[in-house]
Design a protein around this ligand. Structure first.
Ligand code: NAP
Length: 321
């Protein structure tokens, strides 16, 4: 049941989904099939992080692989087939202090009985000029997605935390040599992960170095490294660069209304619940561990099912009038 607008009051939707990666779109498919007619705010990068990757080879069901943007397009079509509505705008702010919840987009107010947060996390990039141009052309932030393309090649991994250790270790399955470019002379990563990396003969740390420029025309062929102690610069040939300097969860718009961990990720209460009843979270915005399209899709399904059950308990069962 969707409440009819009275006067200037906005329509109350049963469910608003914020975010449009595999988590948000899978939540939309399940919620739409549950007749909740979800309204999905896709943001300014519809499809999320997958739209900046090239081929996705590890999403089950696509034995020949599928391009990231195409995968997101067909997920959206699947949700729309069952009655979801999609808007390609950013949610500026929310008010979760009263129900129905209030959501503002470009100054316009929307209301919903339940909310699913699937806004993902953005990989941190170095912020160098031309970085965007090299994305998918030798510069990547996802070893699981792109490592396969570097069989027998030499690559850099940038960073000194657990992510960099994990990516470097994983990449030795394909690469002939992995050099970890780190801006200090010691890693921040946990001891056990550091040791695994330092014991691997295919991995070589490059201490006190940071990348100050990319080299190559169409694709990366090298990088300019600067010594962070001496300031000395050196051009080094390389086939690929994996940046693993952390992720930034997209939770700023929540403005402290949902409990977050110390890194800004949504703290879950149960599989997809949050500290605010009726607000659910799924995908990378609440996941510091797996961060895969398929795991995000799985939690999107869980969030929609949890939201449906919760709405049912409130006596709100359908988005159809
Ligand atoms: P992180 O711990 O914040 O480490 C980021 C690393 O990147 C640091 O070494 C930092 O250098 C470096 N860095 C940051 N900005 C940089 C820049 N602009 N240029 C060059 N280097 C830069 O991030 P993370 O490794 O992604 O880990 C995030 C959280 O997830 C951690 O709590 C981690 O333990 C957890 N995690 C766990 C696992 C696991 O247990 N399997 C795997 C991955 C992540 P400095 O050290 O100099 O600051």
């Amino acid at each position: 049941m969707t409440a009819a607008p009275t006067g200037d009051q906005p329509t109350v939707h049963p469910l608003i989904i914020i975010g449009s990666g595999p988590a948000g779109l899978t939540a939309a498919i399940y919620a739409a099939r549950a007749n909740l007619a979800p309204l999905v705010f896709e943001g300014i990068q519809p499809g999320g992080q997958l739209t900046i990757t090239t081929e996705v080879e590890n999403f089950p069901g696509f034995p020949e692989g599928i391009m990231g943007p195409e995968l997101m397009d067909i997920m959206r079509q699947q949700a729309q087939r069952f009655g979801s509505t999609h808007a390609y705008e950013m949610v500026d702010k929310v008010d979760l202090s009263e129900r129905p919840f209030r959501v503002w987009v470009d100054g316009k107010e929307f209301r919903s009985h339940a909310l699913i947060i699937a806004t993902g996390a953005s990989a941190r990039w170095l912020g160098l000029a031309e970085e965007t141009r090299y994305q998918g052309r030798g510069v990547s932030t996802c070893a699981t997605c792109d490592g396969f393309f570097y069989r027998g090649k030499e690559i850099f991994v940038v960073g000194g935390g657990d992510s960099a250790m994990e990516e470097a270790h994983f990449l030795t399955r394909f690469a002939s040599k992995v050099k970890i470019v780190h801006r200090r002379d010691s890693f921040r990563a946990s001891k056990i992960m550091q040791q695994r990396v330092l014991d691997n003969p295919k991995i070589e740390p490059l201490w006190n170095k940071h990348i100050v420029g990319y080299l190559g025309d169409e694709v990366i062929t090298g990088a300019t490294l600067e010594d962070t102690v001496t300031g000395e610069r050196q051009d080094m040939p390389i086939d690929g660069i994996f940046i693993a300097i952390g992720h930034i969860p997209n939770t700023g718009f929540l403005d402290g209304q949902i409990a977050l961990d110390e890194h800004g990720y949504v703290l879950l209460n149960g599989p997809t619940g949050t500290n605010v009843e009726g607000v659910f979270a799924c995908g990378d915005v609440a996941d510091t561990r797996y961060r895969q399209a398929i795991t995000a899709a799985g939690t999107g399904c869980q969030a929609a099912m949890d939201a449906e059950k919760w709405l049912e308990a409130q006596g709100i069962e359908s988005g159809a009038d």
